[in-house]
Design a protein around this ligand. Structure first.
Ligand code: CA
Length: 667
């Protein structure tokens, strides 16, 4: 199913260079250009231009390793061999090796089913003052740059700790930012943060300090004025490294930062440890003159490899989920029967049974409940807490996932009772120890044919390709916040038009939305958060938000009280995509995105986060001529409509979207 990186590397040039003059490195189409140089003081920098325009100015690059005999636990390395791991300055060029190659793979859980494109690779070998060598590796495709460090063994050193990365991103003056804060550690619900559930600055200035003073979590979007757009992220993070983030901005520069010591209840390391030889994860820079390359990028998956193969065939689809509206009290037998019946009535593949099932239903009766679900053609996901000793969570089951002895026993039971997946919640940050636990849970789960969804968690970093049973991460201020408070409902449209350009473009996003109740409580009446967006907007989230398993926030009453056209649409809503295209929009204001399902039908979804009707002339020529089906919100949200329209590829199409409303066009 998955075709690995082409091994047919074409050797273009290997040159031994005495001077620091290295030719610019251009993408296959020649538009994206990376320049690397060693300055007079031998500090390495790189810069990026797109179509001749500045996207990143001279930006720092380099890494500091701990190569001493004893580990450096504070400050910089001291003593006899202190200098050997410093690759941030005093570097001389040893060699430059250029290759051209292609990526070519299929993946059934991302925005595109098949990825195939060329890239150029440059490995710059450098030597520091202690004659220790390192490689800076660049891969450049038409709109993406990926950078990593290849680390070599030192004299008597076959392992190291990375003390810090000097990798930075220096933007031209006037660049504005779309960034989300890194939280303080050990705050929030039962001391579970950070969990990638913060708000966004919207077109903010670079010199604004981050909310908690800890910088920002990936991905980060930057509007480089008229020059275009840049999205920063990282990928290929496994148990072999920690997750990183962006620092606050100093002199237009954001740098890579490691986890905070307080994360995960203070347990574990801030510096990742690497066996030598070894490589860091990829730092990625996606660049475009428009937002299309940002929405359509596959850089998160292009250069990572499967960590393990699977013997299982995993099946994706939609699920019901009682907890999102009926909350904790609903994780009992009777209510779960109702949501199994709802899933069955909707032709959904799954039900997700949330926290507390072990106490309210119990292990023995759960076996019976799963049999009932299966008799209705519905498969089951069960909720677990990841913890553990790193937060104060009491929602159960707890202590079943954090320890391999207990976990293996639990997963053998899950397989025996024909459970198909787990949702593991409340993780402990980005340290290497936490990344190790993600990988262990995924690996053990795959042994038992279980898919994994993570909540209260970090963002995925290439995991759809790395782990065959990985199917979703929250890592976003998700639908639950709309139940918890009116503010999140008021901001729903605004956030919905950010995610396709930022968080969700870099990995699947388990948002858990699509409400058909207008008031978010069990009665769909009285006190409760009120939806401020239309019903077509709600179903359009199923196209705009990409996740291979969509847990949908509908309730049993919606079979009677929700617009029939919406419920009918949901009955056949796709969750896997052949292709994805940016059609229009601007973060925080509007999004129009097109996805082709694996049956070949295009679904164009538009959402409007402004107070005005949007009338956008859009190019849908990729859909050809002919009749298309149009779902549209009206201004009152009371009369969503279904009609047919004629598309004429040459003429363009005038899409009209009501304020806080949505549109779906299908052909
Ligand atoms: Ca959450």
């Amino acid at each position: 199913m998955r075709k690995h990186l082409s091994s047919a590397l074409v050797l273009l040039a290997v040159c031994q260079l005495a001077s620091a003059q290295i030719q610019d490195l251009a993408s296959p189409d020649g538009k994206l250009v990376v320049s690397f140089k060693l300055t007079d003081t031998d500090n390495p920098t790189y810069s990026v231009k797109y179509e001749g325009k500045d996207m990143l100015m001279d930006s720092p690059i380099g890494i500091m390793l701990d190569m001493g005999a004893k580990p450096t636990l504070q400050g910089l390395p001291q003593g006899r061999d202190a200098g050997t791991g410093d690759f941030t300055k005093g570097l001389t060029l040893v060699s430059v090796t250029d290759n051209a190659a292609t990526v070519d793979y299929s993946l059934d859980r991302i925005k595109k089913a098949h990825v195939s494109h060329g890239y150029v690779q440059r490995i710059i070998e450098l030597q520091n003052a202690s004659r220790q060598k390192i490689e800076f590796e660049f891969r450049v495709s038409d709109n993406d740059i990926a950078i990593r460090y290849n680390l070599r063994p030192g004299q008597q050193r076959n392992s190291t700790r990375v003390l810090f990365e000097n990798t930075g991103f220096t933007f031209p003056d006037g660049t504005t930012t779309f960034l989300t804060d890194q939280s303080d550690a050990m705050i929030g619900w039962q001391r579970t943060k950070p969990s990638y559930e913060e708000g966004y600055t919207n077109d903010g200035p670079m010199d604004k300090k981050s909310g908690y003073g800890h910088g920002y979590t990936f991905p980060g979007l930057f509007h480089v004025g008229d020059n275009g757009w840049v999205l920063l992220c990282e990928t290929g993070v496994s148990s072999r490294y920690c997750g990183c983030r962006l620092s606050d901005c100093v002199d237009n520069t954001y740098r890579i930062e490691f986890p905070m010591p307080e994360e995960n209840n203070g347990i574990g390391t801030t510096c990742p440890a690497v066996r030598l030889p070894g490589s860091t994860p990829w730092r990625t820079i996606t660049v475009g003159s428009t937002l299309a390359p940002i929405v359509e990028t596959t850089v998160m998956w292009d250069y990572v490899e499967p960590v393990f193969e699977t013997a299982h065939e995993y099946k994706y689809g939609r699920g019901t989920w009682s907890w999102i509206v009926w909350q904790d009290a609903s994780c009992n037998w009777d209510d779960q029967i109702k949501f199994i019946d709802l899933a069955s009535a909707m032709d959904f593949e799954y039900i997700l049974i949330d926290a507390g099932w072990d106490q309210n239903i119990g292990y023995d009766r759960m076996e019976e409940l799963i049999k009932y679900a299966n008799s209705k053609n519905v498969d089951v996901f069960l909720w677990y807490s990841s913890s553990g000793n790193w937060n104060d969570i009491t929602q159960s089951p707890i202590n079943r996932m954090d320890n391999s002895v207990v976990r293996k026993k639990e997963m053998a039971w899950l397989e025996k009772v024909n459970c198909k997946g787990i949702k593991v919640d409340f993780w402990g940050g980005d340290k290497q120890e936490t990344m190790q636990m993600y990988e262990e849970v995924l690996s053990d789960a795959d042994d038992h044919g279980l898919m994994c969804i993570f909540h209260g968690c970090t963002m995925p970093r290439g995991w759809e390709r790395m782990y065959p049973n990985y199917v979703g991460s929250e890592a976003v201020l998700a639908s639950e916040n709309m139940y918890f408070g009116q503010g999140a409902c008021d901001e729903e449209a605004f956030k919905a038009t950010l995610h396709p350009f930022i968080r969700n473009t870099m990995g699947c996003m388990e948002y858990g939305g699509c409400f058909m109740n207008r008031i978010l409580n069990k009665q769909n009446a009285g006190r409760g958060s009120k939806l401020k967006t239309g019903p077509i907007f709600q179903i359009a989230t199923q196209i705009v938000y990409q996740n291979p398993i969509q847990n949908i926030a509908i309730c049993p009453n919606n079979l009677e009280d929700a617009p029939k056209i919406c419920m009918d649409w949901l009955k056949t809503s796709p969750t896997q995509w052949e292709d994805t295209k940016y059609v229009g929009g601007y973060p925080g204001k509007c999004v129009i995105i097109a996805r082709k399902d694996i049956g070949g039908k295009w679904h164009v979804a538009g959402m409007n986060a402004t107070n005005e009707v949007i009338k956008a002339k859009i190019d849908l020529s990729f859909m050809g001529d002919g009749e298309a089906v149009l779902y549209s919100d009206d201004a009152s949200f009371e009369n969503p409509s279904l009609s047919t329209v004629k598309l004429k590829a040459k003429k363009g199409y005038l899409m009209e979207i009501a304020p806080n409303g949505g549109v779906i066009l299908e052909k």
